[in-house]
Design a protein. Structure first.
Length: 391
């Protein structure tokens, strides 16, 4: 056997798998509308790509970047937190620029979890949260997100034995995949639980600017959070910079120092020119037209799903509908596969986000209105043909 035993328990990354299936159909001449992956179709502002181009020609950009991140970008991030959340961060000690958010979220577990520790993972949750268990063998306990509780985790539902060993908890609001938004009161209660049980909160604030009801709240708005929390922000969704792989982790100096030591052993920081583009993006802010386009897409897709008779909650944030599959279907993977193969519409089976997703699919609206309209038309035709045939 030439591969590690852990590979037997490590599934292919769901979005890479969906991409392979889509490409296979396209090679057959089929037209596919991909509502599975969240890959914004709109480009960054011209000022951002211009800043990238200009910075890439400077001699300094060819050298290794500071692993903590360029000072100019760290200061912009600290300024953003001050303006947005009235949170004061020390850019030298409480801001760490990362090579995208996904790898930093996973690497954080190496910095804060011992061999006998437990990682608390929301179910459903972003697949990366399950990777500390799959890759590094850390024990994990799932925290259910149910409609009854507004898709918010209830720590008291976790077994006391797991809470006693818990060292890290991933939390994500606005939420992927449910679209739920958390209040300041929720964060206040969670910080209290983290201090009681002595675990680190990792708030994944990927969708801070994609809000339709209420507002995004930073865990660091809670005064006591600084000692037990870090928060990840990304340039992928707010600024359409997903290909740049630029993000940051902020919060506890002690935790960030540990993460910096892990990151410095694994990568060599983010390309300096990309960080310059990040500075420009934060100075200009998200494009209001892009944010408005998500509102329009949300409205169109939600109305279409309702006309199909599908059950869902309107997302208050992020870019997804968390949709219950029709009755009569065995589970979400079968339904998603049928939708892709026969209608040419790709969605993500809910099982990608944890065991509780067996009866759900995630539908992304990062595609143009015309694509969404066409996908709904194909979906409607399939639903009519399969109303009596769900084997």
């Amino acid at each position: 056997m030439l591969t590690a035993h852990r590979m037997q328990a490590l599934p292919p990354y769901i979005f890479a798998k969906i991409d392979q299936e889509v490409r296979a159909l396209e090679r057959q001449g089929r037209s596919v509308i991909d509502l599975g992956i969240s890959d914004p179709n709109q480009p960054p502002r011209n000022s951002v790509t211009r800043a990238l181009s200009e910075a890439s020609t400077t001699p300094a950009s060819h050298r290794y970047p500071p692993i903590r991140g360029a000072e100019a970008l760290r200061r912009q991030i600290a300024d953003w937190y001050r303006r947005r959340f009235q949170v004061d961060l020390d850019p030298d000690r409480e801001v760490l620029v990362t090579l995208g958010s996904k790898e930093a979220l996973v690497h954080l577990s190496l910095a804060v979890v011992d061999r006998d520790g437990v990682v608390l993972v929301p179910d459903p949750g972003y697949p990366a949260y399950f990777m500390p268990h799959a890759l590094f063998g850390f024990d994990q306990a799932t925290v259910p997100l149910t409609r009854r509780h507004g898709f918010l985790p209830v720590v008291s539902t976790v077994h006391a034995g797991d809470l006693e060993r818990a060292q890290l908890m991933y939390v994500n609001y606005p939420n992927n995949p449910t679209g739920a938004v958390a209040s300041r009161e929720f964060w206040n209660d969670l910080v209290r639980e983290a201090r009681r049980w002595d675990f680190v909160i990792c708030s994944d604030l990927a969708y801070a600017d994609l809000i339709y009801e209420g507002r995004a709240v930073s865990v660091l708005e809670i005064p006591e959070a600084r000692a037990v929390s870090v928060e990840s922000i990304t340039f992928s969704k707010s600024y359409n910079m997903q290909g740049f792989r630029l993000a940051a982790m902020v919060g506890s100096e002690e935790i960030l120092d540990a993460l910096w030591r892990v990151e410095s052993q694994i990568n060599s920081g983010v390309y300096s020119a990309i960080q310059s583009a990040g500075v420009r993006a934060m100075l200009d802010g998200p494009d209001p037209e892009v944010l408005e386009s998500y509102r329009e897409r949300r409205q169109l897709l939600g109305q279409g799903l309702a006309e199909l008779g599908l059950e869902f909650e309107w997302p208050r944030g992020a870019v997804y509908f968390w949709v219950k599959i029709p009755s009569g279907w065995p589970e979400s993977e079968t339904y998603a596969k049928r939708l892709l193969q026969e209608a040419g519409v790709a969605v993500t089976p809910g099982t990608a986000f944890g065991p509780s997703g067996a009866d759900y699919i995630r539908v992304s609206y990062t595609r143009p209105l015309n694509d969404l309209t066409q996908a709904l038309r194909k979906w409607k035709i399939l639903s009519q043909h399969t109303a009596l045939d769900r084997k």
